[in-house]
Design a protein around this ligand. Structure first.
Ligand SMILES: [Zn+2]
Ligand SMILES: [Zn+2]
Length: 336
């Protein structure tokens, strides 16, 4: 079969590798779409996270069940549309044992610690499979994984349908920031959501998706009950502390590439809460599939480019470009 594999910084190759067999307890999936995530760019540009070289990349994917391994029980059958929880966890550490596998000491993802989804086929443990309704759109469903992150952010921020928040700011207009905006506005009915980021393309998109203000900076003197930090820089972390209202929450979802000094008095004096967000739990992904399928949120506009996997070099270069002209870039694996 064909796969997109990582060989080193700025070196991804489309090549022939052996087709996997479903091991005991696993399900073999014919991949339909794969999405390039911010973490794939950390791998592509900085060689972060990745454990084996070469490795098949990708943890955001959707597809159909091709075959079932021995010992798989339950309702999964060939032809079912599916996606899967891509986290690889130890099952033994305190995080895993306390019911938060997303905080596992050795948390890894497929495409980093084992073969990922940018391939014709992938074999996944049956317990990680999430069924998609038969009329579900497989291209939209590739967004279930990043939408699960945004659902976790909103949950950690205490957003709810009944007790609506007034003001939320999103710092960083990448896919996670934009999906958080969509959920906050369309799903949780937050009255005002402002977005700041560097890319004019993404800010224009944020405006179309319901941002009240989308600009290179937040208005001076404004305050937000909740600030979502989704950019991962010293400057954006300082901005989060500056614009959080007294007694407000800062939800940090970024992976920071570089350490930096930070003035924690800015947190103390306004009594802010700093809340980290690590990926999501399986239930968030199930919920993401559900709300994409039932049309509770309109995600059109998030997938901005579709590439053939043989053009993976071009796709990664475009996704990494300083001047962004995309939100989410996906691979169409179907014609392989
Ligand atoms: Zn992702
Ligand atoms: Zn663990």
């Amino acid at each position: 079969m064909k796969a997109v594999r990582y060989y080193g910084i700025h070196d991804v190759r489309f090549e022939e590798i052996a087709k996997p067999e479903p091991a005991e307890g696993e399900v073999l999936i014919r991949v339909a779409y794969g999405g390039i995530c911010g973490s794939d760019l950390h791998i592509y540009n900085r060689q972060m996270f990745i454990q084996n070289i070469p490795e098949t990349m990708g943890h955001e994917f959707s597809g159909t069940v091709e075959a079932i391994g021995k010992g798989v029980t339950g309702e999964i059958k060939p032809g079912d549309k599916v996606t899967a929880v891509p986290m690889v966890t130890c099952g033994r550490c305190i995080g895993c044992r306390s019911g938060y596998p997303n905080t596992c000491d050795s948390l890894g993802f497929i495409g980093e610690v084992r073969p990922g989804g940018f391939a014709e086929y992938i074999s996944m443990p049956a317990e990680d499979i999430i069924k998609i309704p038969s009329d579900g759109n497989l291209k939209d469903m590739v967004l279930a994984e990043p939408l699960a992150v945004a659902l976790n952010i909103c949950e950690l921020a205490g957003l709810s349908h009944t007790d609506k928040k007034d003001r939320l700011a999103v710092i960083g207009a990448g896919p996670i920031g934009l999906l958080t905006l969509i959920l906050a506005r369309q799903y949780y009915g937050v009255r005002r959501v402002d977005v700041t980021g560097r890319s004019q393309f993404r800010l224009d998109l944020a405006k179309k998706l319901g941002a009240c203000l989308a600009s290179g900076s937040l208005p001076d003197g404004s305050f937000y009950e909740t600030v979502v930090e989704a950019a991962g820089k010293k400057k954006t972390m300082e901005m989060a502390a500056k614009y959080a209202a007294p007694n407000g929450d800062i939800i940090i979802v970024s992976v920071f590439e570089d350490p930096f000094e930070f003035d924690f008095n800015s947190i103390v004096v306004r009594q802010l809460r700093l809340i980290g967000c690590s990926a999501y739990e399986k239930r968030h992904m199930e919920k993401a599939v559900e709300i994409i399928a039932d049309g509770s949120v309109d995600l059109s506009g998030i997938i901005t480019s579709t590439f053939r996997p043989e053009d993976c070099g071009e796709a990664f270069a475009r996704a990494s470009a300083k001047e962004k002209h995309d939100a989410k870039i996906v691979f169409d694996m179907q014609q392989l």
